[in-house]
Design a binder for this molecule. Structure first.
Ligand code: GLU
Length: 469
């Protein structure tokens, strides 16, 4: 039986869940979910000065919004510090690590001399091979005995083989003199203990892999598969900055992008499956593989993102869309919708969801439902409500009051009415849109009438017709 795939997302809770982190999480989630594996979450909160509960919460909220559920409880790296120390001591006992009593001053003196002589400034501790009998009763750190000869090869499935000469690696500190573990030890021990089989993360961690591998090798643990993915760049090919959209994912939610579209877009950011641009979660899970990850940085492109959003909104199930819309309103601090409005929205979703790329656009199209009488026309719509058109609406209203409220008969009635008055339906549509929605960009007049019902439709027409006197 082949081993179960276990991936993890290991964010440091020092800020929001940014777009690059979200993509790393997504890749790990897709890889595990597509293989019946596990996707674990580890909060790397060892840096006590910079880690905050608010940032942890922002990460959890961002993952929840994106629908990237993890298996089991989130692991706190800080809480595992005793286990990290245990491994450092195990390496010490096995002779793979040593106590180093060098003081900061001694290390600095070593480096200055090395600089002056043009040698490598990597610290070479005299304590590496010292007889324990000579150890002073003084504070010490625990250092790993790094290999000095040969090379370390990271067999990265995205980057290919990356070779680092061992004489470029120092005897890294594992445990500080106050007994606290260093980050590199914590990551290696946690990945091992959590059974992580595939480490998929940003390529800014590629150099760390060599150091983490040293710990694995010293402990005799089997190595995970490494996949270091290129970072995301801005549309201009430069490193992603705030101006480019290096924002927390909650900002994307606030801009009104549906989570399904974000997943689709983020999956395509650095990974491809032929020419497929638009796909479902099911397809992404089935198709996603590390072999489809590109070696060069992907560029963030809001146009493409919005285009995908429009396609997802159009394709989404009405109830799911409504659910996300509610989330959008809450995230942007807007009041929740009444049950009555929600019901109308659900009925109208079929005519709202095409050609809306974001939730604000969908809401704009839904003005005829969300606004209450009397409907306030914006400037564009108001231009359609002159005295003549008001007179026509006034005349049309009693016909509608007596109509059978079905699409066919309302459409027939209005078309016939226009014909009887010697005008094209188009001429009537502007004033009708203005009266029913107060906007010029709306769903079709008949769709609005059907959703609103006879009473509300005629009441809105009477409101504007009445103003004409
Ligand atoms: N905590 C690291 C970060 O947020 C990730 C470490 C890892 O994936 O190994 O960049």
């Amino acid at each position: 039986m082949s081993q179960q795939v276990v991936t993890r997302f290991a964010p440091s809770p020092t800020g929001f869940l940014h777009i690059g982190g979200a993509r790393t999480a997504l890749f790990n989630w897709l890889y595990a979910r597509g293989r019946g594996g596990k996707f674990l979450l580890r909060i790397e909160d060892t840096d006590r000065a910079r880690s905050t509960p608010a940032a942890t919460q922002a990460i959890l909220d961002g993952l929840a919004w994106l629908g990237l559920d993890h298996d089991g409880e989130a692991v706190s790296q800080f809480a595992r510090a005793p286990r990290h120390a245990e491994v450092a001591h195990a390496l010490l006992d096995a002779g793979k690590a040593y106590k180093c009593f060098a003081t900061q001053d001694e290390i600095e003196t070593f480096r200055e001399a090395a600089r002056a002589e043009g040698r490598s400034t990597l610290y070479r501790s005299p304590w590496r091979d010292a007889d324990p009998a000579t150890h002073p009763d003084a504070p010490f750190v625990i250092r790993i005995k790094a290999p000095r000869e040969g090379a370390t090869v990271i067999r990265d499935v995205v980057q290919g083989d990356v070779t680092i000469r061992n004489d470029q690696l120092d005897d890294m500190v594992l445990l500080r003199s106050d007994g606290t573990p260093v980050y590199m030890l914590a990551v290696a021990v946690d990945d091992h203990d959590m059974g992580v089989t595939h480490v998929i993360r940003g390529d800014d961690h590629l150099n760390n892999a060599a150091r983490q591998m040293m710990i694995y090798e010293a402990m005799g643990w089997p190595l995970p598969v490494y996949a270091h993915i290129p970072l995301i760049h801005g549309p201009d090919g430069k490193k992603l900055s705030k101006r480019h959209g290096a924002l927390g994912v909650e900002e994307y939610q606030k801009m009104g992008y549906p989570a399904a579209a974000m997943r689709n877009y983020l999956a395509r950011l650095g990974w491809s499956h032929g020419d497929d641009e638009f796909f479902s979660d099911m397809q992404a899970r089935e198709w996603f593989d590390i072999t489809g990850i590109g070696k060069s940085p992907a560029r963030l492109d809001f146009k493409k993102l919005e285009n995908l959003c429009g396609r997802h909104i159009a394709a989404m199930d009405d109830a799911a869309l409504l659910h996300e819309l509610k989330g959008f309103l809450a995230a942007t601090g807007q009041p929740p919708l009444s049950d009555e409005k929600l019901q109308l929205l659900e009925q109208a979703m079929y005519c709202l969801k095409d050609r809306a790329r974001t939730f604000p656009e969908l809401i704009e199209k839904a003005t005829f439902i969300l606004a209450d009488r009397p409907i306030m026309a914006d400037a564009g719509a108001a231009a359609h409500l002159d005295d003549v058109s008001r007179g026509i609406l006034k005349e049309l209203t009693p016909h509608l009051q007596n109509a059978t409220w079905s699409r066919n008969s309302v459409e027939e009635l209005v078309t016939q009415f226009a014909e009887d008055h010697g005008m094209k339906f188009g001429k009537l549509a502007g004033p009708l849109r203005a009266a029913l929605a107060g906007r010029t960009a709306t769903p079709s007049v008949f769709d609005m009438m059907l959703v609103l019902g006879r009473d509300e439709t005629t009441a809105r027409l009477t409101d504007v017709a009445g103003l004409g006197g």
